[in-house]
Design a protein around this ligand. Structure first.
Ligand SMILES: Cc1ncc(COP(=O)(O)O)c(C=O)c1O
Length: 436
């Protein structure tokens, strides 16, 4: 049964005629009759072309932390647009936004803005290579760091059978068109596998430019680092002269105002921020220790971008972060997120569904299975058929998480107690339907 009403279906026909598969980003295509087409969003809700309202937990794959159409951000953006948007010179708004980022993430000494998470991680990798004079980059299975070729290996969705032995994993390219030679510069590991990381550094430490990690697996159910794991990554990078990069595109300005570094108490050399930083406007940053970031100032390492630091994105970042710094939005996200995590866990337990909930109230995922996973391989033991049935039942009833359990549920400060109560009721109904 299609999830598109008649007007939505007609709009998607038009989309299909002009946009490849009717979308501007591959993962948005869920099938000819199953792709959602939205016309507006407000607070914690979005509406499709038929006027059907959804309680949104997709939240644009994570950027919306305050709520759709947040007044503070909207006003700041409108003011910036009226004053001209892109000058390709340093702009006052950009300077203030950079100062605001540093207030929110106090360990950051220097930064540069980019426009997307992909651009931020791409520049972070090049900066680390230029800084160390080395080529090898280490990443973890089940993390996604953007759509460039540098690290798009062993990403979520990859069949575990192709990933090689956990003892010596094989980096698997996510896409055709990625030159084979790049794979030779990438090493993949299982998250939370202390021994494997130590072995790799012992064998190849002198060649490792950077270790890039999503400190919490934001593309694999919100799996968290085991105690001491991020600390061990930090100490190994220090011992071997490698750059530690936290990809905080999903966790930054979301799991805490100061992101994962604040949450877990470990400071990387570089963090990449995007998504929640601008509440839905395209703004990102490469930020971190002055000594490393100044690599761009010393010459020889290129970073550039026509739209980077444009006043509209900078205004969105500043307004979003100023709101977050009041503490109110995070307290609300924490409250509603906790209620949802706990309520759903109770419903699952009452029906005898073996499951675990991972992550933090602002961003969490469900694993349906016996053994709570600590890495991507474990997460694939999940009952995806049951989860997808549950989520499609919820979507039909007007609640919108992703049917792929690897993609977490995202909460915003605009989600209300009523949204949580309705969601739990629908969760229960849809689960009963899926189990029968
Ligand atoms: C952890 C992480 N890094 C980088 C990216 C890429 O960001 P963007 O889609 O803005 O290019 C994503 C996107 O989901 C992500 O989750």
């Amino acid at each position: 049964m299609s999830i598109q009403g008649p007007k939505t279906a007609a709009l998607f026909d038009r989309a299909f005629a002009s946009l490849v598969n009717g979308v501007s980003s591959g993962w948005r295509y869920w099938g000819r009759d199953e792709t959602i087409v939205l016309t507006r969003g407000k607070g914690g809700h979005v509406w499709d072309a038929d006027g059907k309202r959804y309680i949104d937990f997709h939240m644009g794959f994570g950027p919306i932390i305050l709520g759709h159409g947040d007044e503070h951000v909207t006003q700041a953006v409108a003011k910036a647009v009226a004053n001209g948007t892109t000058f390709a010179f340093t702009q006052e708004q950009e300077v203030t936004a950079a100062e605001t980022v540093k207030r929110a993430v106090p360990w950051v000494e220097k930064l540069r803005f980019t426009n997307t998470g992909t651009e931020a991680t791409m520049h972070a990798v090049r900066l680390a290579r230029g800084f160390t004079g080395r080529d090898t980059v280490v990443k973890f299975e089940g993390t996604y760091h953007g759509a460039h070729d540098y690290v798009m290996y062993s990403t979520p969705g990859q069949d575990v059978a192709t990933l090689g032995s956990p003892y010596r994993p094989v980096p698997v390219a996510m896409s055709s068109g990625m030159p084979n030679v790049i794979g030779g510069l990438v090493r993949t590991l299982s998250f939370n596998d202390f021994t494997a990381v130590e072995r790799l550094f012992a064998d190849e430490g002198k060649r490792i430019a950077a270790l890039m990690v999503e400190p919490m697996l934001g593309n694999a159910m919100g799996i968290e680092p085991e105690p001491g794991f991020l600390e061990r990554l930090r100490s190994l990078c220090d011992e071997h002269g490698a750059v530690l990069i936290f990809d905080e595109v999903k966790t930054g300005f979301r799991i805490a105002v100061g992101g994962a570094a604040e949450t877990y108490g470990v400071t990387p050399d570089i963090s990449t921020f995007a998504k929640a930083m601008g509440n839905g406007l395209p703004v990102a940053a490469v930020a971190g220790r002055g000594e490393v970031l100044q690599g761009w100032a010393r010459g020889g390492i290129v970073q550039a971008g026509t739209y980077s630091g444009n006043s509209v994105s900078a205004a969105a970042a500043q307004a979003t972060i100023e709101r977050l710094l009041t503490g109110e939005p995070m307290a609300q996200v924490e409250r509603v997120g906790n209620a949802l995590m706990e309520g759903a866990a109770k419903i699952l337990a009452a029906r005898g569904v073996s499951s675990s909930v991972h992550g933090r109230p602002a961003m969490f995922g469900f694993f349906f299975g016996e053994e709570p996973p600590s890495d991507y391989r474990g997460s694939t033991q999940h009952d995806s058929e049951l989860y997808e049935k549950l989520v499609m039942g919820m979507i039909r009833r007007g609640v919108l998480p992703s049917p792929d359990a690897h993609e977490p549920w995202f909460l915003a400060a605009a989600h209300s107690d009523e949204d949580v109560a309705t969601t739990l009721q629908i969760f229960e109904e849809a689960l009963d339907e899926a189990l029968n």
